[in-house]
Design a binder for this molecule. Structure first.
Ligand code: CUA
Length: 145
């Protein structure tokens, strides 16, 4: 092996070490984490219904293969519901039958919508975006009493 070839190899290897230490070391020093899914952290760690006032609700709705979480939402008639929705895995759809609600649930993004439920009844939530084998069985319900 040529003397310069050997030197070039050592320099290249040295640079790999320098960059590795610089990137990983600085990230650790500055508290920077590896990118992760934000459904790993609150408030989107789990789906939930939060009562914010009299007939006022906030729903953190997670879509995952092949369920909505929460899957059943019970509220009194005349409720205003603010829905925040995201996906844990792939892109899903979020449609409330009988309402002008049609959102996409996208990993890494939160979609928001306010909906009024004045009329009692059962409103089916359906996934209207093909998301795999269990797509046709992916639904939930909002029960307005
Ligand atoms: Cu979820 Cu289709």
């Amino acid at each position: 092996m040529d003397r310069f070839e050997s030197l070039a190899l050592k320099l290249a290897f040295g640079l790999v070490i320098v960059f590795f230490v610089a990137i990983v070391g600085l990230a650790a020093l500055k508290g920077i984490d590896v990118p992760t899914c934000f459904t790993d952290f609150p408030p989107f760690k789990e789906g939930k219904i939060i009562q914010k006032g009299d007939r006022e609700y906030e729903v953190h709705l997670l879509a995952r293969m092949w369920v909505f979480e929460p899957n059943r939402i019970e509220i009194p008639a005349g409720s205003k519901v603010t829905i925040y929705t995201t996906s844990v895995d792939v892109q899903h759809g979020f449609e409330i039958e009988g309402k002008a609600v049609n959102l996409m649930t996208i990993p890494g993004a939160v979609n928001k919508m306010e909906v009024m439920f004045n009329k009692p009844g059962t409103y089916r939530i359906v996934c209207n975006e093909y998301c795999g084998l269990g797509h046709s069985a992916m639904y939930g319900e909002i029960i307005v009493k």
